[in-house]
Design a protein around this ligand. Structure first.
Ligand SMILES: [Zn+2]
Length: 90
C-alpha cells in the first residue's frame, strides 16, 4: 500500500483519463498526489484542463485564430522546464 509513487510518464499517459474522471479511485489519488508533488506534471495537467475549456468554448463560438496561437505558445513554454527532459515526452 506504500507504493503510491508513479512515474511522470505514467501520469502523462493517464492525464486525459484523469481529467475525464475515468480512472479508478486508487489511480486518480496516485495522480493527484503526483501532481501535488511534481510541478511540471501539474503544469501540464492544468494546461490540458484549460485547453479543454478553450476547445469547448471554441465549439460554441468562432475559433479565434489568436487563441489557437496562444495555445501553441503555451505548449512551447510548458515544454521548456528547467531540466533538460528527453525529447518526445508528450
Ligand atoms: Zn511528474
Amino acid at each position: 500500500m506504500a507504493l503510491s509513487e508513479i512515474s511522470c510518464e505514467e501520469v502523462l499517459s493517464e492525464i486525459e483519463h484523469y481529467l475525464h474522471g475515468e480512472l479508478d479511485q486508487v489511480k486518480s489519488v496516485q495522480l493527484a498526489e503526483h501532481l501535488a508533488d511534481c510541478p511540471p506534471c501539474f503544469e501540464r495537467a492544468e494546461f490540458r484542463r484549460r485547453l479543454k475549456e478553450i476547445v469547448r468554448a471554441k465549439c460554441r463560438s468562432e475559433a479565434p485564430e489568436h487563441l489557437v496561437w496562444r495555445v501553441r505558445m503555451a505548449i512551447r513554454t510548458t515544454r521548456f522546464p528547467e531540466r533538460e527532459g528527453p525529447p518526445g515526452t508528450l
